[in-house]
Design a binder for this molecule. Structure first.
Ligand code: ATP
Length: 321
């Protein structure tokens, strides 16, 4: 499934074609193709180890592909890497900051590395800190920052040089809700100003919030790609039953319960999600089973397909176990 280029008025900012990367016998990226257009956040979704970071590292020019092509702003990465990299902002999973320096000093250092000087550097630093909500913390040393604030600063660093293509590698893993909101909102604003954003995540709700187009990766391959509604439709009848976690399954291990009941389960943010391949009617059986086991059901929500259920429908596995 592909999006007709005609839908987009501009040329793609990123073209990835038949990308392959091997590590020894392991094929980490296996024939991946997609495009990202100016002004859109394109979601690259997949479980840990799917090959998302490896794909991003190749686009960033940090890893050489074994096969395939990458073009950034029409420039082939293989032959015009330096020019292409000037259009790119990369925000890696690991935070790379100097803890003993303030946020502003870190930004100043990375701005200089990017070749920015004087008033232009100051303007860009100010803008980037404002976008991620760190203006009031500019003078604070990074060692006193929370994990979420460090991630936001890491993103601000990635924005120096005003990239036309921003690569965000799972920017919200393990951070507080406030920082997460800042990051999602900043990403949205950037896309609104015309930046092409490639957003990788294994949180489908983030991708559903940010992205109109998405690719789902598993074992190095793209197993579904296209506009969100079309990809969602691949879930067929599957549904998700969400139950509050606190107090409900106190004495039960939800993963073990899921295995016994034969349905994939994941636990996130105080609730358990049971994924029901056969759709809503399976919820009746499942609830009956929970009641038989004496599990007090104090609330529930039954939802129609999201990207989680798509992944299950296509692979038979939950995105996050
Ligand atoms: N330098 C490397 N050497 C050997 N194997 C690697 C290397 N980098 C990645 N891999 C393997 O390639 C596969 C894809 O890894 P990758 O980090 O791209 O996945 P991912 O989807 O980004 O997952 P995560 O969210 O865990 O980073 C994994 O099986 C990983 O173990």
């Amino acid at each position: 499934m592909t999006t007709p280029a005609a839908e987009h008025r501009s040329e793609p900012m990123l073209v990835v074609r038949n990308l392959v990367k091997r590590f020894g016998d392991k094929v980490a990226v296996d024939g991946v193709s997609f495009e990202v257009y100016p002004g859109e956040s394109f979601g690259l979704l997949g479980p840990n180890g799917a090959g998302k970071s490896t794909t991003l590292a190749m686009i960033a020019g940090l890893l050489r592909p074994d096969a395939g092509e990458i073009e950034v702003g029409g420039l082939p990465l293989a032959t015009r890497r330096r020019e292409a990299q000037r259009l790119l902002g990369v925000v890696p999973q690991d935070v790379a900051l100097y803890p003993e320096l303030t946020a502003a000093q870190n930004m100043g250092y990375f701005a200089a590395l990017r070749g920015l000087r004087g008033a232009e550097a100051r303007r860009q630093i100010e803008e980037a800190l404002a976008l991620v909500g760190l203006t009031d913390h500019a003078g604070q040393r990074v060692e006193r920052f929370s994990g979420g604030m460090k991630r936001r600063l890491n993103i601000a660093v990635g924005l120096l040089g005003r990239p036309r293509l921003l690569l965000l590698d799972e920017p919200t893993v393990g951070i507080d809700p406030q920082s997460r909101r800042h990051i999602l909102e900043a990403t949205r604003q950037l896309a609104a100003t015309g930046v092409a954003v490639l957003y990788t995540s294994h949180y489908m709700e983030e991708v559903e919030f940010l992205c109109r187009r998405v690719a789902i990766m598993d074992h190095g391959r793209i197993i579904a790609q296209g506009p969100m509604d079309q990809v969602r439709a691949l879930a067929g009848d599957a549904a998700v039953l969400r139950l509050p976690w606190d107090g409900v399954l106190r004495d039960e291990d939800p993963a073990a319960l899921g295995r016994q009941l034969g349905v994939p389960v994941e636990t996130t943010g105080g609730e358990v999600r049971f994924i029901l391949p056969r759709g809503p009617e399976q919820a009746v059986e499942l609830l009956g089973e929970l009641v038989r086991r004496g599990v007090p059901v104090r609330g529930m929500r039954l939802e129609t397909p999201d990207l989680e259920t798509v992944f299950l429908a296509l692979t038979g596995r939950a995105l996050r176990d």
